[in-house]
Design a protein around this ligand. Structure first.
Ligand SMILES: Cc1cc2nc3c(=O)[nH]c(=O)nc-3n(C[C@H](O)[C@H](O)[C@H](O)COP(=O)(O)O)c2cc1C
Length: 361
């Protein structure tokens, strides 16, 4: 562990995290909202100070034609409406995946819908794509002057697209296409989220014909949007709860229909690995993330990299720099954090950046 990450880690765990987790009556969603508002409200001087403290991304890599200054990124769901988009590079992240955003603004599921499982270093969420909609995100990114390929916020930005809840699975294609049209000018890559467990029917879009239709329509649409960099690369984000046969089939469909990579994995419906004190949460509906997902996400990534040349963004249960290293060793070209960032803060980002990953491709 580097000195910087040790200091940040100790500061977060002993001072900031206890205060943060106690604020807003301990309501995890309110705490999240206020943190995002705080980060989004930082002025350039405050961001520069944060950058000095957090350190810069290291070990750049080019994936799907996009140059990433660092390997560790913000996972989808942390910044659903691009509120804190200017702050992520100052926290040491090498990219950020915004969203998931849907074509239509929607409130998400009823609250409470977010649970912190402290002893398990985990989260259960059933947010249900609460977001202000693709148009609002496009307006926000336009106002910030974001343009694909320009690194306006210092790092590449992915944008994660989901299906609006009121849209049926049968009408999913035009729904995703509408979002792609609005957001492609701002995105360095697009992630198709077909793996959230919290929108009824969404995961069925991972299956053969439905995924083929969706991906081929989106890649066709992307190829019709003229840009000096060519069509925006499209990644598919998958669930950890597929059988090997389902996964192998999906990989074939992605490769054959213009997908440029896989993001593995989303949260799990499984409830293995919960600490005794957290078993009371096991019946809460939603997706489980964090430490109980580490082994399964690594297994899925290993299977993908063993059987295809599609680049993989590894995500799921990366709670320590060692977890990050194992994910990279399993062949992930990039990694993302959500739950690990909540429990360990920017020290984890600095710790991963300090790893001499030694790969420059
Ligand atoms: C509260 C919460 C909200 C999330 N929202 C999204 C989302 O909108 N889109 C998405 O693709 N993944 C979403 N995720 C999944 C994360 O991006 C990530 O794939 C998953 O949590 C596993 O990584 P982790 O163990 O580092 O958290 C969400 C996760 C959490 C905990």
């Amino acid at each position: 562990m580097s000195l910087r990450s040790a200091v940040l880690d100790a500061g977060y765990r002993s001072v900031l995290r206890p205060a943060l987790f106690r604020s807003h009556g301990g309501d995890p969603e309110l705490i999240h909202e206020s943190l995002i508002a705080l980060l989004g409200g930082l002025n350039p001087t405050a961001r520069s100070m944060l950058r000095l403290l957090s350190g810069r991304p290291t070990s750049p890599v080019t994936v799907a034609g996009v140059r990433f200054p660092g390997r560790v990124g913000v996972a989808a769901g942390l910044d659903k409406d691009a509120r804190a988009v200017e702050a992520w590079s100052a926290l040491g992240f090498g990219f950020a995946e915004l969203g998931t955003v849907t074509a239509l603004a929607q409130p998400g599921n009823d609250k409470p819908r977010l649970y912190r499982l402290r002893d398990s270093r985990a989260i259960i969420n059933r947010m249900g794509f609460n977001n202000a909609g693709a148009k609002a995100m496009a307006d926000r990114l336009y106002e910030l002057g974001v343009q694909r390929g320009e690194l306006t916020c210092g790092i590449p930005l992915g944008i994660s697209l989901g299906k609006s809840k009121v849209t049926s699975v049968a009408d999913a294609v035009p729904d995703y296409v509408a979002s792609l049209r609005m957001l492609a000018p701002y995105a360095d890559y697009i992630a198709i989220n077909v793996s959230s467990p919290n929108t009824p029917g969404l995961r069925s879009l991972q299956e053969g014909d439905l995924l083929r239709d969706l991906l081929s329509s989106l890649t066709r649409e992307a190829s019709q949007i003229t840009h000096p960099l060519g069509p925006v690369p499209i990644f598919v984000k998958i669930a950890p709860d597929m059988s090997d046969a389902q996964l192998d089939h999906l990989l074939g469909v992605v490769a054959d229909n213009g997908g440029r990579g896989i993001i593995a994995t989303n949260t799990t419906l499984g409830r293995d690995g919960l600490a005794a004190a957290d078993r009371v949460y096991a019946d809460q509906a939603g997706g489980l993330s964090g430490a109980p997902l580490t082994a399964r996400a690594l297994e899925v990534v290993s299977r993908i990299t063993a059987s295809t040349t599609l680049p993989v963004i590894g995500v799921g249960g990366i709670m320590t720099p060692d977890d990050a290293e194992r994910m990279i060793d399993a062949g992930a070209r990039l990694i993302q954090l959500y739950t690990g960032f909540i429990y360990s803060g920017t020290g984890l980002v600095a710790g991963i950046n300090a790893l001499s990953l030694g790969r420059t491709t």
